[in-house]
Design a protein around this ligand. Structure first.
Ligand SMILES: [Zn+2]
Length: 265
């Protein structure tokens, strides 16, 4: 069942199956590849995602000083948006599996790609996490590569999704983003009665796109556990996530796509 633009009914209920599938995809990724270190595990994980996506998905390998990293793309011929998740995990944290940070939104995009006919390009990025701190050569590798090397046209709005599986669901929008795109996302959230906070300035995969002249936004729930204490720790595990949060995220994405179709931003 799809929620209509009129906004009647409960979003979580309408997207319950999609949320459950997104959670299952995230869990499958964490079980198959608990560690997804960019430049080390990239090829295996990217192939797993590619297989999950099926026909039309492509690997996009690129060399870095830390080894070959691999984005995965499922292109649409005339996309109204590029939906983005990173799939890698941060290195150097024992027991870190990135259930929320990386797997949740990867699962969400896999579920959307499998069940919805959305006019969007799906982009799974490698190398989001930095080793020490974000610099021109540390972190955001996949987004830099894609933002610089994609064809000059079409360049639809880029919607980065990150950490959207937390049971305690408090999504927000990065303030360092394309203003008109943030406004559209806020209208979409209002249509499904989803509160969307201001997440402040966030360094995430939308930043290289902005710098390279694309329109881009970042939807992120950057409040994970007590005092954000589960972020980048071994506590970022599947039991912290819920299908309901992913269902609400799915509803938001579908509503954004609908608005982009209507308004042709
Ligand atoms: Zn992270």
């Amino acid at each position: 069942m799809l929620l209509t633009a009129s906004g009647c009914g409960d979003v979580t209920e309408a997207y319950a199956d999609l949320g459950a599938r997104a959670l299952a995809e995230a869990e499958a990724l964490v079980v198959a590849h608990p560690q997804r270190i960019a430049g080390v595990d990239s090829e295996c994980v990217a192939q797993w995602i590619c297989q999950r996506l099926g026909t039309g998905a492509e690997l996009q390998p690129f060399d870095t000083p830390k080894g070959t990293m691999v984005n995965v793309v499922k292109p649409h011929p005339s996309p109204v948006a590029i939906l983005v998740s990173h799939y890698d995990t941060k290195a150097g944290i024992p027991g870190f599996v990135g259930a929320n940070d990386g797997a949740s939104t990867t699962g969400l995009l896999l579920a959307l790609a499998a069940t919805m006919e959305l006019p969007v390009t799906y982009l799974f990025l490698d190398g989001e996490e930095c080793l020490e701190r974000y610099t021109a050569t540390d972190g955001l590798h996949g987004s830099w590569y894609y933002a610089k090397h994609a064809a000059a046209a079409p360049r639809p709005p880029v919607i980065v999704l990150d950490m959207l599986g937390d049971k305690v669901f408090t999504p927000g929008l990065a303030s360092n983003a394309t203003y008109s795109l943030n406004q559209l996302i806020r209208r979409a959230a209002q249509r499904i009665k989803l509160p969307l906070a201001d997440a402040g300035e966030i360094i995430d995969d939308h930043v290289p796109f902005l710098i390279e002249g694309w329109r881009a936004a970042d939807i992120i729930d950057f409040d994970y556990g007590p005092a954000n204490g589960w972020w980048h720790t071994a506590d970022d595990t599947m039991d912290k996530l819920s299908a309901e949060s992913l269902a609400r995220s799915a509803a938001l994405v579908v509503e954004i796509v609908q608005l982009l179709k209507e308004e042709q931003l």
